[in-house]
Design a protein around this ligand. Structure first.
Ligand code: NAP
Length: 279
């Protein structure tokens, strides 16, 4: 078995252990030539994990062509390469394929209908991948957190150091997901096919998530400037596009085989690792 991870320097990609790793510069998933060239220099690949993506939700509205090329054409190109070299694709998709108007955990077969362009491109990527490589495995996930990148936790931790009071949205509900938990699960699902929902257990708004971090830091006496966190509707923040209101996953399909822990436990692990020297 030989695993190739595309998007190896991204928030998720960084955490996936694999023999072969490529960045956008080394293997551009929007270009079949670039992928072919990379694949021909690495023989014996059996699995391709696509951790790459255009993940800037607001900017996708403006940079439509790039978002489409990366999120829709990228998976199709990987399917073609995988067919050529006899490998299997494991692809990462998103809760944003759902409209977010059903207030119960979402099953893999629930109707999709994205509310923004990012979601549309990710949905198109799923379809294009499965049309060419129907034995692929697609893991839809939500609200990733971990070390590095432009993710929400990095933004909150920075705000805690800089601002006395901060405002966090209380009306978009999903399940925060630790990239370390997701990458372990991906490696346990290399031979699965079809669509699966993966998120840490439990539900949270951005306010719940931020408040949990705040309480942890206060309990551990980690220095921060923030004294107050305000719970506000998401209309408080300027945004270029709508986001689905409720995208909690029903993860029972994966949980029949692989246990998944609660997001608070995962978050505490992440914070302990990050602040180890201070604890
Ligand atoms: N972050 C979330 O909350 C979240 C939630 C649900 C699903 N997802 C999905 O999970 C996957 C990983 O997300 P992430 O947060 O780890 O994203 P990320 O941090 O933005 O990483 C994506 C990586 O893909 C690379 N990339 C962009 N265009 C590429 C191209 N043409 N060819 C090859 N690589 C390219 C990026 O490189 P550059 O930085 O150099 O552009 C970056 O290293 C994505 O498919 C995303 O849609 C993310």
């Amino acid at each position: 078995m030989k695993i190739w991870v595309c998007g190896a320097e991204g928030l998720l990609g960084k955490t996936i252990k694999a023999e072969v790793r490529s960045t956008k510069e080394q293997a551009d998933i929007t270009s079949l030539d670039s992928l072919n060239m990379f694949a021909s220099n690495h023989s014996g690949i059996t699995h391709i994990i696509n951790a790459s993506g255009y993940s800037l939700v607001d900017l996708a509205e403006q940079n439509r062509n790039t978002a489409f090329q990366v999120n829709a054409m990228g998976p199709e190109n990987l399917a073609r390469i995988a067919a050529d070299i006899g490998a299997k694709v494991i692809h990462i998709s998103t809760d944003y394929v759902f409209p977010g108007n059903i207030s119960r955990p979402l099953h893999e077969k629930d109707p999709v209908d994205p509310v923004n362009y990012y979601g549309e491109t990710k949905l198109e990527g799923e379809a294009r991948l499965l049309a060419i490589a129907p034995n692929s495995c697609i893991l839809r996930t939500s609200a990733l957190f971990g070390n590095g990148g432009k993710n929400f936790i990095a933004k909150i931790l920075k705000m805690f150091q800089e601002k006395e009071e901060i405002f966090l949205a209380n009306d978009q509900i999903n399940s925060p997901t630790y990239v370390v938990d997701l990458s372990k699960t991906i490696l346990n699902m290399l031979n699965f096919s079809g669509i699966y929902h993966f998120a840490n257990q439990g539900v949270a708004t951005k306010f719940d998530f931020g408040y949990e971090i705040f309480q942890f830091m206060r309990a551990q006496k980690i220095a921060m400037k923030t004294k107050f966190i305000h719970s506000v509707p998401s209309s408080h923040f300027p945004s270029l596009c709508p986001r689905p209101a409720y995208t909690v996953f029903d993860t029972s399909k994966i949980q029949k085989m692989i246990p998944i822990r609660n997001w608070k436990e995962a978050l505490h692990d992440f914070l302990r690792t990050r602040y180890e020297p201070e604890l």
